[in-house]
Design a protein around this ligand. Structure first.
Ligand code: SF4
Length: 217
């Protein structure tokens, strides 16, 4: 058999697609990061015709090239909450405004075989927008985020995703030195708000793009 790893994931992602659809999510299957970008630009956005767009922290969004595209596009009024030139105060204000955009982009820290999204935020702007506010949400998910259940999702996030994210962001948290979570009291603790999104309400508000590649943390 050619490309058995891809075949394995195609079968598993197709099953996940059905679970997600039962939970009210719109689902798109992408073979690669480039394919995911294509789906967003040629299927999702033309159907939504958003005026305003924004995003939460997501390595997957960056890796697809969609961040640069949306930021620079003249078609959309983009609220760039990743703009490093902004002061913390301005970034915070932009994150508040991003709660009301027409289309919000994010990744997910984990996705369960039952089709539930599990996330942990420092600030809460990403999970807040996934839960309520933006008219539409697009979640970009690499195949490596799939876990059996919520318990395993939370383990994955606390044991791997959060410490690596703290390292990536140069946080002054104990996990950066130990390589594992110390359930810290640090002012820079990045683990503050959990969400489990079991279903999309209203149906179809959240669109999930399942990507047959390892992407993000
Ligand atoms: S709670 Fe603190 S130590 Fe644990 S992963 Fe989060 S930031 Fe690191």
């Amino acid at each position: 058999m050619d490309k058995p790893i891809n075949v394995f994931w195609t079968l598993n992602l197709r099953e996940l697609e059905q679970k997600l659809q039962k939970n009210g999510f719109d689902v798109y299957l992408a073979d690669s990061a480039a394919d995911a970008k294509d789906i967003v630009l040629n299927e999702i956005l033309p159907a939504l015709t958003p005026k305003t767009v924004s995003w939460g922290g997501s390595g997957t969004l960056a890796a697809t090239g969609l961040y640069e595209y949306l930021r620079d596009s003249e078609e959309y009024d983009s609220l760039d909450t990743w703009d490093k030139s902004l002061s913390n105060e301005d970034k915070y204000e932009l994150r508040r405004q991003a709660m009301l955009v027409d289309c919000f982009f994010a990744g997910t820290n984990a996705i369960t075989e039952d089709g539930h999204l599990v996330n942990l935020d420092m600030i809460g702007n990403r999970v807040g927008a996934i839960a309520f506010g933006p008219r539409n949400v697009v979640i970009l998910v690499g195949r490596n985020k799939l876990v059996p259940d919520v318990g395993r999702a939370m383990e994955r996030i606390k044991e791997y995703v959060a410490p690596v994210n703290a390292m990536r962001l140069d946080m002054k948290t104990p996990c950066v030195k130990t390589g594992y979570c110390m359930d810290c009291e640090s002012p820079q603790r990045i683990c503050n708000v959990w969400t489990i999104t079991e279903k999309s309400f209203p149906v179809g508000r959240i669109k999930v793009v399942l990507i047959n590649e390892d992407m993000g943390l």
